[in-house]
Design a protein around this ligand. Sequence first.
Ligand code: ADP
Ligand code: MG
Length: 259
Amino acid sequence: MIRVDGVGKAYDGIPVLHDVHFSVESGECFGIIGPNGSGKSTLLKLLSGVESPDAGHIWLDGRPIEAHSRKERARRIAVLQQEPLPAVGFTVRDVVEMGRFPFQNWLGEEREDAAQLIDAIIQMLGLSDLQHRTLEWLSGGEKQRVALAKAMAQQPRLLLLDEPTTYLDIGYQVQLMDMVRAWQRKEGVTVIAVLHDLNLASLYCDRLLLLQKGRPCRIGTPREIVRADVIREVYGTQPIVIDHPVRQSPQILLQSGSE
Ligand code: ADP
Ligand code: MG
């Protein structure tokens, strides 16, 4: 689906990513983790084509990403950001309909009517009662659900998430990730997610890429990456790692340093 081959990126002569290599298979949930400033968001911008690498190549479906037109990319790739959507007077339904822009001609018309698709998505994400409300009255969790609905309306093959749960409480974090996973399984979408929370990353991702100062430090299953020695080396804190009693994936417990 996507192949990253020796990618590097610098801003103002300062290297931010060096020699990044990995591939993501179709239908996979692939997590990108690493400390603040390790280059996670920059990598995601390269994957969406918003920014171009200074070195190396990114291949999407066997073609260099820059060979896909902007419109083609918008049909294949949807991005969900950390920040909830800005509230500028649009209703929930308006925003979800915006996901169809890449499929419309310059008159805003689409070959097939997307109303049924929009209805189904709104229902699936539990937004039916909110659909005619404007965004400014919604909570952060509701806005993130609207943003996900807009991404789903785009019917992408690849969904890129950049810390989508940052401003959400634990209930909404799990709800959002469960919705992404249910949709991913139903539609076979590939998901690449930058996740701040290592426990969420371990629970939801098939494989993880750990970045350290712009370099791919490790890549593997959550069990290979979420280990006390690896976390200590990269994050500079010594956690306790235990097995999740139900899901078997590794989970970390933080230790305070002073006792
Ligand atoms: P992360 O998402 O892992 O926190 P980022 O990819 O946002 O890291 O940033 C990695 C480094 O690149 C940081 O040092 C950041 O200051 C720098 N950086 C990111 N975007 C830009 C930019 N547009 N111009 C200059 N420096 C940037
Ligand atoms: Mg970031």
